[in-house]
Design a protein around this ligand. Structure first.
Ligand code: ZN
Length: 247
């Protein structure tokens, strides 16, 4: 397959990664999509979901919707979010290789889907929660994903009979500031920051890098409108095709 990215750019990034001692990767939507998931934020998915459920994914994945229409929330969430089967890709293998070399200091995930099976990073910072964790809002009892998937209708706490809540950040909710700070500190310290895909939340991970600290920041995204002035390169190829060439 012909790559869009110039060989010289690949060589340059590979050299910088080789010389780096601190690589941080931020996982976004494209990592999910390449692993067999889908982008609920895309126009096609938006249209399909609205046709089927009468609301957009953005409406339904909000805290106000969960509170007001929990039955509809779960009809959508169980099929479209919990039903997503996401597997590992060569991009994850490339990150694992960096980890084995002792270069990967943190993986910040903006997705709430958890990591594919078999992928294990030493330091994962989940900005928006993880759908594998679910809690009763009243008694705090934990429920696993199998319980959430297999229960008909609304998954209820067996003690309190109230709707269990996925431990993910719904739209309209703030990121946990402790976790955000932890992510910002990790990003700040990186020599190479790999931004692997876009974020479904509108917020951006803000952090400052002192002028004497040289950081190479690369954004991997196909979106044409992504014109981020703070990044050194925007790579439009599939992450799974290009990232292994840079390690
Ligand atoms: Zn309970």
């Amino acid at each position: 397959m012909k790559l869009e990215t110039d060989d010289k750019v690949i060589d340059y990034i590979r050299r910088r990664i080789r010389n780096s001692r601190n690589v941080v990767a931020i996982l976004g939507i494209e990592m999910l999509v390449e692993g067999g998931g889908y982008d609920l934020d895309s126009n096609d998915e938006n249209y399909r979901v609205e046709e089927e459920y009468g609301f957009s994914p953005e409406d339904m994945l909000s805290s106000s919707f969960f509170n007001a229409k929990v039955e509809k929330f779960y009809r959508f969430y169980k099929k479209e979010v919990l039903g997503m089967e996401v597997h590992s890709t060569p991009a994850y293998d490339a990150l694992l290789q960096l980890q084995a070399q002792g270069k990967l200091s943190a993986v910040v995930s903006q997705n709430f889907h958890g990591l594919p099976q078999g992928v294990c990073f030493h330091n994962v910072i989940e900005l928006n929660g993880n759908m594998h964790n679910n809690k009763c809002p009243r008694c705090n009892k934990d429920f696993d994903i199998h319980y959430m998937r297999s229960t008909a209708g609304i998954p209820l706490c067996d003690c309190c009979k109230v709707a269990v809540r996925p431990d993910i950040r719904l739209l309209g909710e703030r990121v946990d500031t402790t976790i955000m700070t932890e992510a910002a500190i990790a990003c700040e310290a990186a020599d190479v920051l790999l931004v692997l895909g876009k974020n479904m939340y509108d917020d951006r991970l803000e952090y400052g890098v002192s002028p004497e600290h040289k950081q190479l920041k690369i954004l991997f995204s196909k979106e044409e409108f992504v014109r981020n002035r703070t990044v050194d390169f925007v790579i439009k190829d599939d992450i799974s095709s290009i990232l292994p060439l840079m390690i």
